[in-house]
Every structure is written in C-alpha cells, then in structure tokens.
Design a protein around this ligand. Structure first.
Ligand SMILES: [Zn+2]
Length: 409
C-alpha cells in the first residue's frame, strides 16, 4: 500500500490518493494518514491517466516511406497500399510498441486501436498490434478493433478475414460503410458489422461518414440498426464528418437517434482538420463533426488521436493533451464548462465508449493516474507539460524528471 499525498484533483480540491495493489482504495484529505509509503505531490494536479479511444497503431510512423499524394482520405488510403503489402508482424509490432511507449510517457495508459483487416495486409496488422499490446502489457492496456479499411463488399474476402480476426481475439468490430460504392452496399456493410458483433458478442466501433459530402448518411443507418437490434450503449461512431455539411433537419433527427441508441461519437479533429475540405475554395470545410450539438443533446463525445505520422496525417505524438488542445480550437471550446468537457473527452468520455467500469480517480478504480507540474486542468491544457509521473495498475511506469517545475498562474 502507498499513497500520493497532497495532490490537487481536477475540481481544485486537495486530496491524498491511497493505492493498494492495482486499485485506488481511498481519495480525500487525510486519506494517507497511517500509510507509511508516501509520494509527495506538493499540491500539484493529479488526473486519471488519459485514454486514446481512437487510434490506428498499425499505421503509425510509416509516413516517410510513402509516396506523396493529394492529401485526401482516398489519396492516403491508396498511398498506403504499397506499404501495407510489405508489412510484417515484426515491423508493425515495433512501430506500435514505440507509439504505445510514447503515449504512456505522455500520460495515456489505455488505447483502443483500429487495425486494418483486408485482403491487402491480411491479418498481419492485427498480429503485429496484438504482439505489441502483449509486449507493452506491463505499461498499458491496448484493445483492438478489427477494421475493414478497404470495405466489406468492395474488398471481396474481407468479411471472412473479419471473422478470422475476431476468432484471433480482436476485441471490437470495426466498419467503414461510407467507403462502399453505393447506398445499398453501405446498408449491407452496416448489417454485416452488426451480424459479426452479435455472433461474436462484441461492441462496435465504426468509421462513419468520413467525407465532406453532406449527402452521405450512414450514421443514420448505424443508429437505426443499433436501435432495431437493441445494441444500445454498445456502438461508437468515429469521425462523422459529413454531418457538419448535412442539413440541420437531418442532423437533429440523427443526433436524437444517436442519443436514444447511446452511441458514442469519436470526433477526431486533429486528423480531419487537415484531411477534409481539400476541394473547397474560400470557406473551407474542416471535417469536424457537430461536437457542440452532440454535447447539447447529451451524446457521449470523445476525442481521439486517430493518426500519428501516417498517410493521413504527418504529425501526432501520442499526446492526448495535444489532441485536447487542437480539438478545443476546432470546436470553439473555451469557457470553463467547455474545458471540463474537453477533459472528459479524453478521459471519462472514452471510458464510457469502451464501457470501462474501473476508470477514474475514485475508490475501486484501477490506479492509472498521472501527476502534472501545474495547479489546474486549464493550465495543463494551455502549457502542455509532460507529466512528472505516470502510474499504471498502481505501479510507476513513466517519469519525466528533467526538472520539477511548478507553473503558477
Ligand atoms: Zn480513424
């Protein structure tokens, strides 16, 4: 048993955090009394370790080996094909492991990674990411989503590979219905994903409507399917870019359906800001979904890193603080309650989407948390400091101790 003494919680209250084994057993002033083994937090901010609920670990860090392309989603997908054919398990494993370690160093201990499952790479990306997850199991929790990046109907054989991926232990069923060639195929793609999810008893996390075209409406297909099959609270929809370009009547109707189906929305402004609107002149669409409207309707929203130095996005470093800051800019999130919402979108939001029951700074939760050299969350967001210490399952797994600087307001 040990305790973090005199930390500052996100709400500003001072508290001790007591840890026994992998769990938090006490949070509050004086909770450390009688605990011999103590770490002094000196009033600095403690946060639960962040969660990256939407990332693609199989593709990270391949950017330098790709040919140049037009910067669009389609351009990136095609540019990656050649590299994907050359993937080996060890190659994916090494890149994914490096990214997981970077994420941990920057305060993230849980990640849910989409992993391409298609006839180009076969199951190699999944095997590589699962091997990296096993290699890094002592510092982070990594879950996988089997993701048919090239489509389920237009890529013949992908469905059988999806079955094999789930049999091999992929945690979640992915999808990308808008990538199919017509509306009937999109609808069929959605049905097939739900069929797989029901058969293997998995949650669903799809790439939905990652396009500027407001006429593309697979989010409603996903919501209808979830409601029809009673898959309530088990579906996450990522990107959802076209909703921003759709008419308001449709948006209001489908947001209400998402609320009823308890669908989580993984907004990924970091990538979509550079990917979408490439064909626009003047007022350029930026691909950020209706974050404010989802929030107002009570829909769970999370922010993901999505991409790190891959064909879609040349930047990224596994920093959820950076993701939060960029997303705050993209979605006009500046006042106090907005900033609380931003923190939620990289902590409790993804925890809810992943249906984690052991997350947070509370007794009974897993002891995954971080100490930051600032006094408040808004200062953490503004200054983007490295966490001084990161704990995973109650063990210290990262320390950034160049110098312990206390930033003051
Ligand atoms: Zn994505």
């Amino acid at each position: 048993m040990w305790a973090l003494q005199d930390a500052r919680l996100p709400d500003g209250a001072r508290a001790d955090i007591v840890v026994d084994g992998e769990l938090v057993t006490g949070v509050g002033p004086g909770a450390a009394d009688g605990v011999a083994d103590r770490v002094d937090a000196s009033g600095k901010l403690v946060l639960p370790a962040f969660i990256d609920g939407h990332v693609h670990l199989d593709k990270v860090l391949i950017r330098d080996e790709l040919r140049e392309h037009d910067g669009t989603l389609a351009g990136a997908i095609e540019a990656i094909h050649e590299r994907k054919r050359r993937y080996t398990v060890d190659d994916v494993r090494a890149r994914a492991s490096a990214m997981i370690a970077d994420s941990v160093r920057l305060g993230t201990t849980r990640l849910r990674s989409h992993v391409d499952v298609d006839t180009i790479g076969g199951l190699t990306p999944l095997e590589g990411v699962m091997a990296a997850a096993a290699d890094c199991a002592d510092i982070a929790d990594v879950r996988t989503t089997a993701f048919p990046q090239e489509g389920l109907l237009r890529d013949r054989g992908a469905y059988e590979l999806m079955e094999a991926a789930l049999e091999a232990g992929a945690d979640v069923v992915g999808g990308m219905p808008h990538w199919e060639l017509d509306e009937a195929s999109q609808r069929q793609h959605v049905r097939l994903c739900f069929d797989l999810a029901e058969r293997f008893n998995r949650d669903i996390d799809m790439h939905v409507d990652e396009t500027d075209d407001g006429g593309v409406r697979t989010l409603e297909m996903v919501a209808d399917e979830a409601l029809e099959r009673g898959y309530v609270g088990r579906v996450c929809a990522g990107h959802v870019c076209s909703l921003a370009a759709a008419d308001h009547d449709y948006a209001e109707r489908v947001i209400e359906k998402c609320r009823r189906a308890e669908i989580s929305i993984a907004a990924n402004p970091v990538t979509n800001l550079v990917l979408q609107g490439r064909g626009d002149r003047g007022l350029i669409r930026r691909g950020t979904t209706r974050i404010g409207e989802f929030r107002a309707a009570g829909v769970n929203v999370l922010f993901g890193q999505d991409c790190v130095k891959d064909g879609f996005y040349p930047f990224g470093r596994g920093s959820m603080l950076e993701v939060a800051l960029i997303s705050a800019h993209a979605a006009h999130l500046t006042n106090r309650s907005d900033l609380d919402f931003v923190l939620r979108a990289i902590s409790d939001g993804p925890a809810q989407a992943m249906r984690l029951t052991d997350y947070g700074l509370r007794p009974g939760a897993r002891a995954d948390f971080q100490l930051l050299p600032v006094l408040t969350w808004s200062e953490a967001l503004r200054l983007q400091p490295l966490p001084e210490k990161v704990w995973f399952r109650g063990r210290l797994v990262a320390e950034n101790s160049v110098r312990s600087v206390m930033y003051r307001r």
